[in-house]
Design a protein around this ligand. Structure first.
Ligand code: FMN
Length: 163
């Protein structure tokens, strides 16, 4: 018998992205996220699965918008840090010197050098045990197919370009 944690290590590499959300004063928060997936083409929609404890989930209840940004190799170290500390206690944008750019259709920013960034608005959320799935419509996509991005490997311990 395997535990769910052992299964997640065995099934990696896993997808990886940074999620940018913001508070009522437009202050950004950035979290590391592996549990995301496409869930519909028409309308284009994504699902993200957040721990009930994380600050990002609190922000999404207040302002139902986020960007989901794939991460270039140059940002792998700081992206991993974004998965180790909470925006409740650390201003990750300034602490980790992450450059953001204004989004087109939502108030949270996008990661400036992201190869692929989705602007999303949350339609609904479903609590599933210790996590909540946020179902969101994609309202704008920024992409540059010449850039590479990292995946989570060894479970969620490291980030690497796998191709
Ligand atoms: C590689 C990696 C993947 C992660 N994936 C998720 C995830 O899918 N869902 C989640 O809730 N937390 C995930 N985390 C943990 C959060 O990023 C972490 O709890 C973070 O501190 C939450 O930040 P916040 O409190 O500022 O929202 C991941 C962490 C790492 C390092």
């Amino acid at each position: 018998m395997m535990t769910i944690s052992q299964a997640q290590v065995m099934s990696s590499p896993n997808p990886f992205a940074l999620v940018v959300s913001c508070d009522q004063n437009k202050k950004s928060n950035i979290m590391a996220l592996s549990w995301w997936t496409y869930i519909s083409n028409k309308p284009a929609s994504l699902g993200i699965c957040l721990s009930n404890a994380c600050y990002t989930g609190q922000l999404l209840k207040e302002n139902k918008e986020f960007s989901l940004c794939l991460v270039p190799p140059s940002l792998a170290d700081v992206a991993l840090q974004c998965g180790k500390v909470s925006g409740r206690t650390v201003d990750k944008e300034s602490e980790f010197l992450i450059e953001l750019s204004k989004a087109k259709k939502i108030s949270p920013s996008i990661i400036k050098d992201s190869p692929l960034a989705f602007e999303c608005t949350v339609n609904t959320s479903i609590i599933v045990g210790d996590h909540t799935i946020y179902i969101a419509k994609v309202v704008c996509i920024h992409g540059d197919s010449s850039k590479s991005h990292v995946y989570a490997v060894d479970g969620y311990s490291n980030l690497k370009v796998t191709q």
